[in-house]
Design a protein around this ligand. Structure first.
Ligand SMILES: [Zn+2]
Length: 445
């Protein structure tokens, strides 16, 4: 049994900042929390700053990181951006994908992210031929997360058609298993492990024919696995869905049994009032990706209305234009301020909950998101003495974390009781910027 003690200068406990907290850890879990411990116990690992539960990046496409900085020139829309993204997808192999994902997940660890939800759809070789191991690409991602020291929920994604009733286009052939039964057969072979859960995803109502939605939903239900789906990110998707099916994407998902408490709609941007009631009333979650949504000119989703109707909120960095969950959290609130011209839609505590506890729940992990006895020992420590965070009293640490800090303020990341980031340096991937540069270069045209 591996035992150790951490001492947090300040810790986020039960919605408050507590000074001087010792945390006993054994076998990856917190066994005891000792408040009012003003000095570190002998042998304790000291965590100066504010220690909070580890962050969950609930929506990731690791390979989009290769596009950062290269897709900002000129005009265009989501659909023109997608052409560039497909060109990058076309160059991925299990080896290059592994190298890139390892570096991207290491970047996430440096940003305090302890679990990633990887929405994974590049399954096969170009042209659609399966690899010798049909899950070679998914396995590359699972290995990458292990090597970067973070947890992963591999949301294996069904992507079968290009649009309603249309076969996959050439770049999309890599994504398709042919039909939902073949998708289910392939991903049933994937095995969970200590750091990894296997979940399901429906790429979108465009990409999975309506009569096959229930197959994916059943696969997830039988395994009690999380099920994610891109939902109404674009008005064009809504228009096409209405034209073919006579209803909105949310209504179509409801009709085929996709919505429910283990399901998360990603983006949920362009919704009707009835959609919001359907999503909230069914307990379906919402994953907002504000930095991507603004980067791709998607629009602002009705996050507050969704939550009011019963939809738990989580956050993702999606296209990785930015990897910073604190920025995602404050952007959700600040978007709502711009839209309504009023302040204070979420407290810092509520935003941290979306960035941690509710994100982990949406990815099928229990026991992460609070620091208490019995919880998994996943946490992140932010500096309270940087140029961004110095000044406010430590009691306002949550507000400082959400509204002033950035990923650059992460000093320590601990996953399952193991130090993955120490003093701002990754302990497993020695030079993360160099690893990113090499991996991105290998995918350049
Ligand atoms: Zn996405």
């Amino acid at each position: 049994m591996t035992k150790r003690t951490y001492w947090a200068e300040h810790a986020w406990l039960e919605g408050d900042v507590e000074p001087g907290v010792a945390l006993d850890i054994a076998d990856g879990r917190v066994t005891a929390v000792h408040k009012a411990t003003p000095v570190p116990p002998p042998g304790a690992e000291v965590l100066p700053g504010l220690t909070m539960p580890g962050l969950a990046n609930s929506h990731s496409h690791a390979f989009h990181r290769a596009l950062r900085g290269t897709v900002q020139a000129g005009s265009g829309t989501f659909w023109t951006w997608r052409e560039t993204m497909y060109a990058t997808a076309g160059r991925l192999t299990p080896d290059t994908y592994h190298a890139l994902a390892r570096a991207v997940y290491a970047e996430m660890a440096l940003a305090g992210i302890t679990t990633v939800g990887e929405f994974h759809y590049v399954h096969h070789a170009p042209g659609g031929t399966p690899y010798a191991d049909p899950n070679a690409m998914g396995e590359a991602l699972l290995a990458a997360a292990a090597e970067a020291g973070i947890r992963i929920t591999l949301l294996d994604t069904a992507y079968l058609s290009s649009g309603f009733g249309q076969p996959p286009t050439t770049p999309q052939l890599r994504f398709s298993d042919g039909d939902a039964d073949a998708w289910a057969e392939r991903c049933s072979v994937l095995e969970e492990r200590d750091h990894a859960r296997i979940g399901a995803a429906i790429h979108s109502v465009r990409a999975v024919p309506a009569q096959q939605l229930a197959t994916v939903a059943r696969w997830a239900r039988e395994r009690r696995a999380p099920l994610h789906v891109h939902l109404s990110e674009q008005t064009a998707e809504n228009d096409a869905c209405r034209e073919i099916h006579g209803c909105t994407p949310a209504q179509l998902l409801a009709l085929h049994g996709v919505l429910g408490p283990r399901t998360t709609g990603v983006h949920n941007t362009h919704l009707t009032a009835e959609d919001i009631s359907l999503i909230g009333g069914s307990g379906t979650g919402t994953c907002m990706c504000p930095t991507t949504e603004r980067d791709l000119a998607d629009g602002i989703g009705p996050a507050a209305a969704l939550q009011n109707e019963g939809s738990p909120l989580c956050l993702g960095s999606d296209s990785h234009a930015v990897i910073d969950l604190l920025e995602e959290a404050r952007a959700m609130e600040l978007n709502e301020r711009l839209r309504t011209r009023t302040r204070g839609h979420w407290t810092a505590a509520a935003l941290l909950r979306a960035a941690s506890a509710d994100g982990h729940a949406a990815l099928g992990w229990d026991g992460i998101g609070t620091i208490e006895a019995g919880a998994r020992a996943d946490f992140v420590t932010l500096a309270l003495d940087s140029v961004r965070t110095a000044g406010p009293p430590p009691g306002l640490g949550a507000e400082t974390a959400v509204f002033a800090a950035t990923a650059a303020d992460v000093r320590h990341t601990v996953v399952a009781g193991r130090h993955v980031v120490r003093d701002g340096a990754h302990t497993l991937v020695p030079d993360v910027p160099a690893a990113l540069a090499r991996a991105v270069e290998a995918l350049r045209a």
